[in-house]
Design a binder for this molecule. Structure first.
Ligand code: PLP
Length: 384
């Protein structure tokens, strides 16, 4: 029955619906590092919380269910989840990745895993021919963010998955921006999905978390082993916070998307703005692909102001919208990707991608849409 439930029901009820043993509606926080063995060679199924913890398992199974696959693993942060996935590769392996990835992902590829002989080439994964041309004999995976961070570039996951299968390489999708509520990359043919659960899944700007999900037994076994061997698994309390946050994922995503679409329309007509990047705008490249592959466009908008001074003064002038890193929470946040999320991306690459000194990125929250529009407009105008 679980697989037949609609996504909004899955969000609220999770994997277990309620806890079987006590009937607890809110899944309990099993705040125990270790578990008593009934006898030598016997286990309750739980030995030590680095390995398994009931609260973490509940959130892992819930994410897997929402992503329409069998296996999910919870980590302390999105980056810890990405590190777990990168542990699948060996020296000499090559990865092709979207050229416009979250800066922290570029940092882990170029400053950590490159030291272990795993190299990454960044390309426009919106261009299928370019992907095919760029596959090397040692390419083991294609790593995609769609829409990407911060330029909202869209990749055709279904077509990339077909190509990856032909070439016998993995397709890994960071689905943080759309969440399982709007898109299920595994159902579109991807092998692994990554989430920064810090964002929409947790949804309240109050906890960090990361997830790896897959339908492959082989990949699942390797990620599970990594979680047990290295640690970094999500704590029981943070697992519970994500479970609680996810109960309202559907409501939040619908609301956030409506507001984002309203704000993107107003920003397009603002005299101080020269470009708006929002995947829900009909003229946005890839809008048609998302209409087919996703149930929505999400709540992330980037836009370019007419001058650098205006971008900087907007950050100082916003009153309701908060100037802070991160995204996907109940509170609307604005960032300056050039010096915040993408400082680790080389300057010439940033400029080529459009991450310039006039670009701002807005994560739309659940406040009233008109309050947000007026705050943004007064901040851009700079009269305060
Ligand atoms: C798309 C994306 N993936 C991964 C991460 C990393 O997640 P975390 O900050 O939870 O480690 C982020 C963080 O901003 C992100 O935006």
């Amino acid at each position: 029955m679980k697989n037949e439930l609609k996504m909004d029901t899955l969000c609220v009820r999770g994997f277990s619906y309620f806890e079987e043993r006590t009937g607890s509606i809110s899944f309990p926080i099993y705040q125990s590092a270790t578990f008593r063995h009934p006898a030598l060679g016997k286990s309750t199924g739980y030995d030590y919380s680095r390995q398994q913890n009931p609260t973490r398992e509940e959130v892992e199974k819930t994410i897997a269910l929402m992503e329409k696959c069998r296996f999910g693993y919870g980590f302390a942060t999105g980056m810890a989840a990405i590190a777990a996935v990168l542990s699948l590769f060996r020296p000499g392996d090559h990865i092709l990745a979207t050229d416009d990835l979250y800066g922290g992902t570029v940092r882990i590829f170029d400053s950590i895993y490159s030291n272990y002989g795993i190299n990454c080439t960044y390309i426009d994964t919106g261009d299928l021919d370019l992907i095919e041309e760029s596959i090397l004999p040692n390419t083991k995976a294609i790593y995609v963010e769609s829409p990407s961070n911060p330029m909202m570039k869209v990749s055709d996951i279904q077509k990339i998955a077909e190509l990856a299968k032909q070439k016998n390489i993995l397709l890994i999708v960071d689905n943080t921006f759309l969440t399982p509520y709007f898109m299920n990359p595994i159902a579109l043919g991807a092998d692994i999905v990554i989430h920064s659960g810090t964002k929409y899944l947790g949804g309240h700007n109050d906890t960090l978390s990361g997830f790896v999900v897959t339908d492959s037994e082989d990949l699942s076994g390797k990620i599970q082993f990594y979680q047990k061997a290295v640690g970094g698994g999500l704590s029981p309390f943070d697992s519970w916070l994500v479970l609680r946050g996810m109960k309202t994922l559907a409501l939040r995503m619908d609301r956030i998307e409506n507001t984002a679409s309203f704000l993107a329309g107003r920003l397009k007509n603002n005299p101080f703005i020269t470009k708006v990047y929002y995947a829900g705008l009909p003229e946005h490249k890839g809008n048609e692909i998302l209409k087919k592959q996703a149930g929505g466009f999400g709540g992330m908008i980037s836009f370019e102001t007419d001058t650098e001074e205006r971008a900087i003064s907007t950050l100082a002038n916003v009153k309701l919208i908060l100037f802070a890193e991160s995204l996907g929470g109940t509170e609307s946040l604005i960032t300056y990707p050039l010096v915040q999320t993408h400082a680790d991306v080389p300057p010439e690459k940033r400029e080529r991608l459009g991450i310039n000194n006039r670009l701002l990125r807005l994560s739309v929250g659940i406040e009233n849409e008109m309050d947000l529009a007026l705050d943004l407009e007064q901040a851009l105008e700079g009269k305060s």
